[in-house]
Write a protein that binds this ligand. Structure first.
Ligand code: AMP
Length: 424
């Protein structure tokens, strides 16, 4: 086939059926779980003043390398959102809602990432955030919400990793120890890690190329304040109480700089090694304030919809729903009988297709076969004269009718009721 003049931009795709129906079903499942846990939906803008995202930390790749930034026609510096948390915090700072403020969201995020399977430049996320309370039980409730969603999809191979990054006050001592450690092994670090070390030593723990050196680094758990350690103990006790399995992963720092205390990540063993993370989140007790709002704590998570569904593929769960029509209208009359019948059936809630352009009976029956419909509703001049239609099974006998019956005649006025009854 000739290459078309334009293609979808690198790292983006056109999603089509049945994937689109599957995504919608997954999002519906998430919305249901979030609603049950008392979260209301927020739809923030897809772009913000770049400054909103820069607050996420200039040492994180998401901000330093992957931000889709541009100047709009008014000369404003704008960025497409790389994630939702910053927008939610900006909205909180602006709208000052009553606390606790519990919101969930769905929509695309944008990152100028190197595209590969499970890594796109536009990808869908669902997530939830709760602002206004530093109760660690809220951290547990958020994790439980994500966990119930995965369980609802049938994903049972999800591993939950948790860690505490402590409070900002705990950081300097730890960073000092961490920096001293990495500096003592500088010649073993990748060039990239050496550059990151200057900006944010925590992120070196996250470097895929420096796993061996990072594995022996001092861990934050040994530097936590009593309050942060108590909060983390409450989180793990809560997970135990709810029967949610987890592993404490002392080197889990996650990609963004703003996390404090609890951080967590969900990984699926079914995915390729490079992108096993299907979601993650944590506490960000300083972010709203950094965006010019009041000093309110927050906790939340985001899940990658595309990757979650790839994990479902690998686990052979949550298959795409069958889509398509149930009935095919075949019309070989001079008049608009096909149009009238189809619209009547659709108005009656029956998924109905038909062929266009006045094609022959044979061609229309072929199209009916291909459509996957179970039943054909046929109208010709004879049917018009007797004010009837013929109802024919496209696969075996007519459902619910005596054995061997593949076709029946139905009064024109009864067509919707009869077909609905046949389809059960
Ligand atoms: P993060 O904020 O980086 O932890 O992202 C949350 C989740 O979004 C990840 O766990 C992934 O499932 C998903 N995600 C992040 N970046 C991408 C991407 N470029 N393509 C597809 N999914 C992504």
């Amino acid at each position: 086939m000739a290459r078309s003049r334009f293609q979808a931009p690198t790292g983006t795709r056109d999603l089509l059926e049945p994937d689109t129906s599957r995504i919608r079903a997954a999002v519906d499942a998430f919305a249901d779980k979030a609603g049950t846990a008392g979260f209301g939906q927020i739809v923030p803008p897809m772009f913000e003043d770049s400054g909103v995202f820069v607050r996420l930390g200039e040492a994180s790749d998401v901000v330093s390398k992957e931000l889709y930034e541009f100047e709009d026609k008014g000369g404003r510096s704008i960025a497409l959102r790389p994630e939702f948390t910053a927008s939610v915090c900006r909205a909180f700072a602006e709208l000052r809602p009553l606390v606790p403020w519990k919101v969930w969201y769905v929509g695309p995020s944008f990152r100028y990432d190197k595209p590969q399977k499970g890594r796109y430049r536009q990808f869908d996320q669902v997530g939830a955030e709760a602002l206004g309370s530093d109760d660690p039980e809220l951290d547990v409730e958020l994790i439980a919400l994500a966990w119930r969603f995965f369980a609802d999809l049938g994903l049972t191979d999800v591993t939950l990793m948790v860690n505490s990054l402590g409070d900002f006050a705990d950081r300097p001592r730890y960073l000092e120890a961490l920096t001293a450690y990495f500096e003592s092994r500088l010649d073993e670090l990748s060039e990239q890690a050496r550059a990151t070390l200057v900006k944010n030593p925590l992120r070196v723990l996250d470097s895929k190329r420096d796993v061996a050196v990072a594995a022996e680094a001092p861990i934050l758990a040994d530097f936590l304040s009593e309050e942060a350690a108590d909060a983390f103990a409450t989180v793990t006790a809560g997970l135990d109480l709810l029967g949610i399995p987890y592993t404490v992963e002392p080197r889990l720092v996650r990609g963004l700089d703003y996390y404090t205390r609890t951080t967590f990540e969900f990984v699926s063993s079914g995915l390729d090694a490079a992108q096993t993370a299907i979601g993650g989140g944590g506490r960000y007790d300083g972010l709203v304030e950094a965006l010019g709002g009041p000093a309110v704590p927050g906790v939340g998570f985001a899940l990658g919809v595309d990757r979650t569904l790839l994990a479902c593929d690998a686990a052979e769960v949550f298959p795409a729903p069958s889509v398509g029509v149930e009935v095919w209208v075949v019309s070989v009359t001079e008049g608009p009988d096909g149009l009238a019948l189809s619209e009547e059936l659709r108005a009656g809630g029956v998924a109905t297709g038909r062929a266009y352009d006045g094609r022959s009976m044979k061609a229309q029956m072929k199209a009916a076969d291909r459509s996957g419909a179970r039943i054909a509703v046929i109208v010709g001049e004879d049917e018009v004269k007797s004010d009837t239609v013929s109802v024919r099974s496209l696969r075996g006998d007519l459902p619910g009718r005596p054995e061997g019956e593949q076709q029946m005649t139905v009064a024109r006025s009864e067509v919707v009721a009869s077909v609905s009854a046949l389809l059960g």
